[in-house]
Structure formats: structure tokens, C-alpha cells
Design a protein around this ligand. Structure first.
Ligand code: CA
Length: 468
């Protein structure tokens, strides 16, 4: 008897912000193939990560738990591969499982991919051109462009799979992670165009607490390796900032264009092999990214462009074409969702909730209307972002910069004075105006402080207590 359980194709890129996807209304690029997933399925407009950096978000996705539970709080905390993950449970239930591409959860016997029949992953961040990859048999050198190669590995695996069983395939792109290196095919794209600057590009941080001002992710913090050309002589400072943005964003979008082409290859394959209707196709990224928003590149902050994840899901059996959902989804919900769809029991230790009910209707009563976020890596070595946690609802966001390294690996002292920020997302969607000290927001601020405490308790995290 044939196994009618759905297949899963989980495509995750690294640092691809939803505002660089045309299905999300991008003003700066087109992604026709990603849009095919949205057109055939559902676009989630309120999907958020619980910690906006690579390693922690990946651990939250795989385990369905928050980082204080899975222990992957920073970039310096590799994941213990004995943890329960959704690929392991799918494998135990008879699925064929594989991961190709970016892993970034550590290497060696305690951290290599586990729960996969086949795997080949980039060491650490990996290279864009001619990457070395690591598999169960050790390192292997590949020739070509990383996004094409990862797609080739996925397509090869699909061709040689056991057709009597369903598959769960993780296609994890390295792109569009810094340092942005386009392939030859897209190298000249946008050459004669000027990409519009985002509305918040010239944010002066005047209403914010201290963290934004000291973060090293402004256009002037881009390095030679990012710019790949000498700064033209005679530019004013503002002209140089704008010039740097163009250098940055064009390479970012070129790298995204290659992802889009390669997602198209995956979709073409599924459709040609008559697998499309039986396969849950997911496109997401481990977090968002600042595309010049607030004058920045990178992520880490709880501000919208970094907090929001793109999430597109096609599954014709359950999702009507061209649908969208504004209900709240967080990355710890992914694992329970995939288990639910495969008919595999969701273990109690998973903290997320299956979002399957959102596929066919609006949220059931009691659905989450607030989410908890925490960034642990105080004064991180690359970008000097300060430690914070917070709560986002559909209308407001409260951020508490506790500004203390505690003992989080990779976080650094000294600590800084703590501070709150509050944003009114309905009246100030770009988060330009911190209203925490505005007396007319006192009741809202107090309500959010209480909600933050409730969420922290619910997920089992500890509030920061000031050390005197
Ligand atoms: Ca990332």
C-alpha cells in the first residue's frame, strides 16, 4: 500500500528579509519564483523569530523550543544534537530525511546533523564559490556557485530517493548572508539602476535609548570586502552613505535573484514529477534583515525588519491558492506544524503550536496575540548590539534593553544602563518614535510590561535582575 502522507520541502535562506520578496510588496526587487509559492498557497504576514540571529533561530526551528530551553542562546552556543527535533521524529515515523546546505549549529560528533538519512553541509558560514562541504564521510570539495550547488544536491537526492516513502527535505541556502558575492549570471543586474532608499534610511535614533547609536551596522560600518570598490573621491558624508547603500543593496539583491532562480528549479521539478500537490513547500529565512532601514544592514534588534521572517507555504490539499494570514506565528511553531501535517504526535516538550488551523480559517479562539523575543549577545563582537528582550502584539512593541552580558557565550561586558522602548505599530509602523516616556502611553506600557512578564513565565525564561 502506498504511503499517502505529505512530503515536506523546507527551503530556508539565511538573512532574506521579507521586504526583498515581491509577494510581500518589495519596492526594490522582483522574486517571481518565490511568488509562485505565495500564489499557490499562503503568505504569512505576522511571522516572527524569537532571537534574530542564525544559530539560535535554526535551533528554535528544529526543536520547537525557545533558546533558554535548547541552550542555543548565541552564535557561540552550538546545538547539542541529542535534542529532540522534527527531522528526527519524522525519520522515526518512516520519512526519508535529508539536509543540504547551511547548518551553522556546530560540527563534530555532538553537533553534526542528526536525524537525517543524508546530509552535506557547509562548514560554519561556508563559501559562495567552490565551497567545501562536510558530510558523514568527511569534507568534500565542490565546484560552482553555492546556491546552484545546494539546489543540485537537493534535486539529485529527490531523484534517487525511495519512492515508496514520503520525504522531508531541508534545502538550506547560505545566501543572502554577508559577504554578498553574486554569481556571474547576476553580477551586472541593477548596474544602471538606482535602488530606492528605505523611508527610515536617515533615522537619527533621537528618541531611542543608547543601543541604536552604538550598534556597528550602519552604512559607514560596511567594509572593503562588502563594497568591492574604492569610495569615489569628493563625496560628502551623506553622499558616501548613499553610495555605500547602493553597493550593499545591489549585491544583496543579486544574491537573492539566484535564490529565486533556484527555488524555481525546485518548483519545476516537483511539478514535472507530479509531486507538487502532495508536497508541503515552505520558503522562509532564519530571520529578517535591515535593508538600509534605520540606516543599517544586519539584524539582531527586535525592530520589525529584523524580527519578521518571510513565511510562504504551499500545500494544495489544505491551503487555498493566493491566501494570506495576519495571525501571529513564531519560529518555534514550525516543528509542531510539520509533525502535525505528517500525523506524528507533537512531544510535550515542544513549546510552539501547530499553525495548521490557520491554513483553512482565521485563528481559532485563544490564538497567540503576543510574542516573546530575546537577544542575549550583549555587545557582540561584530555589531555591538545590546542585550534585550521584549514583547510584540498586533499593535505595539515593548523592548527592554537589559544591557547585561550575564554569562551568555559570546556576550561581552561591561553592562550598560537598562532602558525601555515602546513603539505604536499602528501609528508608527516604521518605529521611528519611542513613546515609552510619553504619559499618554503609560497604561499601554504598564499593560505590556505585565504581558512581557506573563510570556516570560509561560515559556520558562528568567527576567533579568539588576546586579548591584
Ligand atoms: Ca541568518
Amino acid at each position: 500500500m502506498s504511503d499517502r502522507r505529505p512530503n515536506l520541502l523546507f527551503i530556508m535562506s539565511d538573512d532574506h528579509a521579507s521586504h526583498a520578496i515581491s509577494a510581500y510588496g518589495s519596492r526594490i526587487n522582483q522574486t517571481p519564483n518565490l511568488d509562485r509559492i505565495a500564489d499557490a498557497g499562503m503568505r504569512f504576514d505576522a511571522a516572527f523569530c524569537t532571537n534574530s540571529i542564525c544559530t539560535p533561530s535554526r535551533a528554535a526551528i528544529l526543536t520547537g523550543t525557545y533558546n533558554h530551553i535548547n541552550g542555543v542562546t548565541t552564535l557561540d552556543t552550538p546545538m547539542d544534537n541529542r535534542l529532540v527535533t522534527y527531522p528526527k521524529l519524522l525519520q522515526d515515523a518512516g520519512y526519508q530525511t535529508a539536509v543540504f546546505g547551511k547548518w551553522h549549529l556546530g560540527h563534530g560528533p555532538d553537533h553534526d546533523p542528526a536525524g537525517f538519512d543524508d546530509w552535506l553541509v557547509l562548514p560554519g558560514q561556508g563559501e559562495y564559490h567552490d565551497p567545501e562541504m562536510l558530510g558523514p564521510e568527511g569534507p568534500r570539495g565542490l565546484t560552482g556557485y553555492v546556491t546552484d550547488l545546494i539546489t543540485d544536491l537537493c534535486l539529485d537526492w529527490l531523484e534517487r530517493r525511495d519512492r515508496s516513502r514520503p520525504f522531508a527535505l531541508m534545502c538550506h541556502h547560505k545566501a543572502p548572508h554577508r559577504t554578498w558575492e553574486p554569481d556571474a549570471r547576476h553580477a551586472a543586474m541593477y548596474e544602471d539602476e538606482t535602488i530606492p532608499e528605505p523611508e527610515s534610511f536617515w533615522d537619527d535614533y533621537s528618541t531611542r535609548s543608547g543601543a541604536a547609536t552604538v550598534a556597528k551596522m550602519r552604512m559607514m560600518d560596511l567594509e572593503e570586502k562588502d563594497l568591492k570598490a574604492p569610495v569615489p573621491a569628493g563625496l560628502s558624508e551623506n553622499e558616501e552613505i548613499s553610495w555605500r547603500y547602493q553597493r550593499y543593496i545591489k549585491d544583496y539583491l543579486r544574491v537573492v535573484a539566484s535564490i529565486d532562480d533556484n527555488v524555481g528549479r525546485m518548483i519545476d521539478y516537483l511539478q514535472a514529477k507530479d509531486l507538487w500537490d502532495d508536497t508541503i513547500v515552505v520558503y522562509t529565512s532564519d530571520q529578517g534583515f535591515f535593508l538600509g532601514d534605520h540606516g543599517w544592514f544586519d539584524k539582531r534588534f527586535m525592530y520589525e525588519e529584523s524580527l519578521a521572517m518571510p513565511l510562504l507555504i504551499s500545500y494544495p490539499a489544505e491551503i487555498p491558492a493566493g491566501a494570506s494570514s495576519g495571525d501571529m506565528v513564531v519560529n518555534v511553531d514550525f516543528a509542531p506544524t510539520f509533525l502535525d501535517l505528517a500525523g506524528v504526535p507533537i512531544p510535550d516538550e515542544m513549546q510552539g503550536t501547530s499553525i495548521r488551523p490557520l491554513f483553512s480559517a482565521s485563528a481559532p479562539p485563544g490564538w497567540q496575540t503576543s510574542m516573546y523575543y530575546r537577544y542575549w549577545m550583549h555587545r557582540d563582537r561584530d555589531h555591538n548590539v545590546w542585550a534585550h528582550y521584549g514583547v510584540r502584539t498586533h499593535t505595539h512593541k515593548l523592548i527592554y534593553f537589559y544591557n547585561d552580558p550575564l554569562d551568555a557565550p559570546g556576550a561581552r561586558g561591561p553592562s550598560d544602563p537598562p532602558a525601555y522602548e515602546l513603539y505604536d505599530l499602528l501609528n508608527d509602523p516604521l518605529e521611528m518614535n519611542n513613546v515609552f516616556d510619553d504619559p499618554s502611553y503609560r497604561a499601554i506600557a504598564d499593560g505590556l510590561i505585565a504581558e512581557l512578564a506573563r510570556l516570560q513565565k509561560k515559556v520558562g525564561d528568567q527576567p533579568h535582575t539588576k546586579q548591584e
